[in-house]
Design a protein around this ligand. Structure first.
Ligand code: XMP
Length: 319
């Protein structure tokens, strides 16, 4: 794309000028915005950029490995994998209120990011993948698909608190332009087209208390569901799709025996901006095949439902 090519060059020289020989840190989530921001900065300032990937133990199957692998091994970025799952899961133990869970995760995320950032000698800038709609959106709403520190946890004051200046390389762009820039920078299409993933991760897809066992079951079920969606060529038609593990066990039969395992709900919606959404009209065949696979392949789930609630009145996530 000609326009994006020119924009990329312009941004690179602007970033070089702004940052000079100083160091920049960036919270990398693996979402489109932070990924494109990091890739662009890396082209502009190379080793002066350090990314911190905060792993709260609430990621999907293989997610940490894939994100860190791509940026560190394939693209040569300096990425710190902050594996703090014990800390997060420990603090979340026994908590079942959705907003309490969000608050705990949000606060720890900032603490952890700050701890790792403090260890990077002489960082002067904090990079954020803020987009143009974030800039003009003066009223903040809870949620929103982008996972920058700001919209993720609404901590506008972090750079000041840390004594850092802000770099926001995407603040003139809309989402589709960010994707185009990502292509231009050589990020794989599978990455650029990824469904949004909320900052609190699987915590809000595990209504009620979170346990490691539930998270493990959820990861397996979610991976099969997404695999089914990709195999049927439906991934790009859907805004977001995921499994929620329900806080209820139900009775089933398997072979000669009785089972007493968790029920899960499949969710898939179409949407333009996440503010309103319709449930995706899968065929019965697809749903039946997917439920059979999940129940047969995931130990711990014996019942599968499909959530046909639109937004409003429902929300996309279950919490
Ligand atoms: P809801 O559930 O509010 O979700 O209909 C709308 C969009 O926002 C995402 N979402 C979040 N993203 N932190 C985030 O970064 C959150 O706490 C959060 N809650 C919801 C959700 O995945 C969907 O894309």
């Amino acid at each position: 794309d000609w326009t994006m090519g020119a924009y990329r060059e312009e941004m690179i020289s602007k970033l070089k000028e702004q940052v000079g020989d100083k160091k920049v840190i960036c919270a990398l989530s693996g979402g489109v915005d932070s990924s494109v921001a990091a890739a662009l900065l890396h082209e502009a300032i190379g080793d002066q950029l350090t990314c911190v990937f905060v792993d709260h133990g609430l990621l999907r199957k293989d997610e940490a490995k894939e994100v860190v692998g791509m940026f560190r091994d394939n693209m040569n970025l300096h990425v710190i994998h902050a594996d703090e799952s014990d800390l997060f899961l420990g603090e979340l133990e026994g908590q079942s209120d959705p907003e309490t869970k969000r608050k705990i995760i949000g606060k720890l995320f900032i603490d952890v990011f700050q701890k790792y950032a403090d260890e990077i000698d002489g960082a002067e800038y904090l990079a954020q993948g803020t987009l143009y709609p974030d800039v003009i959106e003066s009223v903040s709403f809870s949620g929103g698909p982008s996972v920058t520190i700001k919209s993720h946890h609404n901590v506008g004051g972090l750079p000041e608190k840390m004594g850092l200046k802000l770099v926001e390389p995407l603040r003139e762009l809309f989402k589709d332009e960010v994707r185009a820039l990502g292509h231009e920078l050589g990020l794989p299409a599978s990455f650029i087209g990824r469904h949004p993933f909320p900052g609190p991760g699987l915590a809000i897809r595990c209504p009620g208390e979170i346990t490691r066992a539930k998270l493990e079951i959820l990861r397996e079920a979610d991976a099969i569901y997404i695999d089914q969606i990709r195999k049927h060529g439906l991934y790009d038609e859907i805004w977001q799709a995921f499994v929620a593990i329900l806080p209820v066990r139900t009775v089933g039969v398997m072979g000669d025996g009785r089972t007493y395992d968790y029920a899960c709900a499949l969710r898939a919606v179409t949407s333009v901006d996440g503010m309103t959404a319709d449930y995706y009209p899968f065929t019965h065949e697809f749903l039946g095949e997917t439920a059979t696979r999940i129940i047969n392949e995931v130990k711990g789930i014996n019942r599968c439902t499909y959530d046909i609630t639109s937004k409003p009145p429902g929300t996309i996530e279950w919490e």
